[in-house]
Design a protein around this ligand. Structure first.
Ligand SMILES: [Zn+2]
Length: 80
């Protein structure tokens, strides 16, 4: 996967035009891109449901799809 603008392969998110991969720097490079990024993120987070997992390279997804051994910050751990 490469950023659709600068072709970096680091820290990409699927919030570019039509869901294409984009790096944070490019996503925030212009007011138009920043707006589109926010719109795409919002739409994907909403589609993922009330408890979405963010901060991963695949974008928000439903917490039910988490692997059992995944580490989720901010959520209580089962053994606590
Ligand atoms: Zn980029």
């Amino acid at each position: 996967m490469k950023c659709c603008y600068c072709k970096t392969e680091n820290d990409l998110r699927p919030y570019g035009p039509k869901g294409s991969m984009v790096c944070f720097k490019c996503a925030m490079a212009t007011p138009e891109r920043e707006k589109e990024t926010g719109r795409n993120f919002g739409a994907q987070q909403e589609a993922a449901g009330p408890i979405a997992v963010i901060g991963t390279e695949v974008g928000p997804f439903p917490v039910e799809h988490l692997r059992p051994n995944a580490i989720v910050s901010g959520l209580p751990r089962a053994e606590d």
